[in-house]
Design a protein around this ligand. Structure first.
Ligand code: AMP
Length: 282
């Protein structure tokens, strides 16, 4: 596995792979890797084949964190991440420095103005500007044929697909399913922050999705009713504070008034300072 830490070296390598017509599959991450990330690596490999090169980036992107959020405390373990990437068959691990991605005179951002407004965008107003900007930059540096993102960040996937279409990035976006712990909790680097009791109660996110699916089996239901049911479920957890629950069309991300099959549900819940998200198709 080749470890690349310089932006210029990554650009030279990407140019060389283009000339050699080697297909590149790309998985951008913020590190502290878990089985969810590694499933994206596998998916990238499937997409580009054994002769292709799988690139993983690890970059804790400061522009997608608000000043009060957990940037400085975001979990990091590069030694472990390198081992996991090697074992997963990653070809190139790109670990750029903050100052190389955002030099002091940096002043150009990518802003998606429709899909990024609600949900995560409402709770974290500058978040998606940071995500689209860094992902756009990483696409320019790595020049992948395919990039794989997780359905765990459903809105992010939709926003990136729109960015790629709107700005003509020449690559395919693949969205891979959510990997979960045995009890249903979606894997996340942030799960590490949870206390024992919070960890137990954190299954309320995936349970809410299951309850919504089960409720819908009895026939269509109003979004208001279902949202109220989920609000109640979350409020019964002593450590949980609901940020939002939203029922929406998976293409437009617009809220819908009636829940039907294929409607999407997303929720965000705080456990202390830790904010967890989950979503599912109903
Ligand atoms: P992060 O390191 O949290 O920025 O995530 C990097 C990529 O991994 C994103 O595309 C996430 O959606 C994806 N990801 C994170 N957690 C999971 C999970 N539990 N299952 C599948 N993909 C995930």
């Amino acid at each position: 596995m080749l470890i690349v830490t310089s932006v210029a070296a990554m650009q030279r390598l990407a140019a060389k792979l283009k000339v050699q017509q080697v297909r590149v599959g790309f998985v951008p991450t913020m590190g502290y890797l878990h089985a969810g990330h590694l499933s994206l690596v596998q998916r990238a490999r499937q997409q580009i084949g054994e002769k292709g090169q799988v690139v993983v980036s690890i970059f804790v992107n400061p522009t997608q964190f608000a000043p009060h959020e957990d940037l400085s405390k975001y979990p990091r373990d590069l030694a472990r991440d390198k081992k996991l990437c090697r074992a997963a068959g990653v070809d190139i691990l790109f670990i750029p420095k903050d100052a190389a991605i955002y030099p002091p005179d940096f002043s150009t951002y990518i802003v998606e103005e429709r899909l990024s407004r609600g949900m995560e965008g409402e709770s974290r107003p500058t978040h998606f500007r940071g995500v689209t900007t860094v992902v756009g930059k990483l696409f320019n540096l790595v020049r992948p044929d395919v990039a794989v993102f997780g359905a765990k960040d459903f809105q992010q996937g939709t926003v990136i697909q729109a960015m790629v279409r709107d700005l003509n990035f020449p690559l395919k976006i693949v969205i891979a399913p959510i990997m979960r712990e045995a009890d249903g909790l979606a894997m996340s680097s942030r799960n590490k922050y949870l206390s024992a009791i919070q960890r137990e109660q954190a299954t309320v996110l995936s349970r809410a999705i299951q309850v919504a699916k089960a409720t819908l089996k009895n026939g269509p239901i109003s979004s208001k009713k279902l949202e109220a049911q989920i609000r109640k479920m979350v409020s019964q957890q002593s450590e949980a504070r609901l940020d939002y629950v939203r029922i929406f069309d998976p293409q437009t991300l617009e809220p819908v008034s009636e829940v039907k099959r294929g409607t999407h549900l997303a929720l965000a819940v705080f456990f202390g300072k830790t904010r967890l998200i989950d979503n599912g198709r109903l």
